[in-house]
Design a protein around this ligand. Sequence first.
Ligand code: GMT
Length: 376
Amino acid sequence: MKIGIVCYPTFGGSGVVATELGMALADKGHEVHFITYNQPVRLDFISHNLHFHEVLLEEYPLFHYQPYELALSTKMVDVVEKHHLEVLHVHYAIPHAYAAYMAKQMLKEKGIHIKVVTTLHGTDITLVGSHPTYKTAVEFSINHSDVVTAVSKSLKDTTNRLFNIKKEIQVIYNFIDDEKYDHANHEECQRIALANPNERILTHVSNFRSVKRTEDVVRIFHLVQQDVPSKLLMVGDGPERAKTEQLVEQLGLSGKVFFLGNSNEVAKVLCYSDVFLLPSETESFGLAALEAMAANTPVISTNTGGLPEVNIHGKTGYLSNLGDVVEMSQNTISILKDDATLLQFKQNAKAHTKQFSLENILPVYEDIYKSCCETS
Ligand code: GMT
């Protein structure tokens, strides 16, 4: 099939899911066209079936804000027309679902009938989408998509609670390309460079937005390292990084906490890790947790949003109430207390990711594209 994918090209989870999906579809022989304002960070041009179309913006003195939706919907129309696309799959409702609706209407005038699949990822519903500034347009564009999917049952329920949705939302979980995370693929994984042999390694990966509670990560680590010799790796960058670095200094943890910045090689960093910390305020799914588990790393997380659908309490890690850093540190210590317990949690975490494998999820998206193109 000929598929257009619209996403944010940054380190956010929705962009990662969209990019991995597009690359896997191209691998299976589909022709995939990414339409966004930058080349997606994880996009690897490994296939001649992959194309990237950059949305360019025109500066004009009158514009206080540049009209990105207009440029995006114009680009969608151009690409659909020129490459005869059959379906547009937009990731993250704001503003992609709205721009796709506009493109669909413009194409209809030309006698072209494109199908629109919208995938809801989380903050497009929970934090931003339901805000009165955007709510009416988000609700409208969800209701006018041909197919709507959400990345967890929790996100589906939240969407139905916050909006007046008139169509069925299908749940399709985030997925993982298991092979990328197998330790066997990372012979260079040398934890000795980061920690002494007697030390454990804790890891956090995020875009350092306030919803990720990166200061809680440091507070948990502060308590853990009093009991268990350990180091903390902080991967990613964003608005909360400076404050989090300050807290590390205040707590006297410099030298034990390493800020690695944004990385394209999360799988390599995770191969060093013993426990992954994700104390988010909310997570519609928690792709970072799934990636950690695929790299044999148990997860200490909050019990918010879709996290209980991914992280199984007492098996793949532990879940706690938001902000309960004491309980989260005790749970971390209980996993790290001896090698046998840690090994059991690592094995459970890895085994649990099988149900989220790319090979299970990819055909579900393919079926959706096929069946929506068959209906008039
Ligand atoms: O985590 C973020 O803030 C980025 C955000 C995004 O849309 O880029 O991630 C969301 O989508 C991911 C992929 O579906 C989910 O795994 C994350 O849980 C979700 N983040 C939140 O709900 C906070």
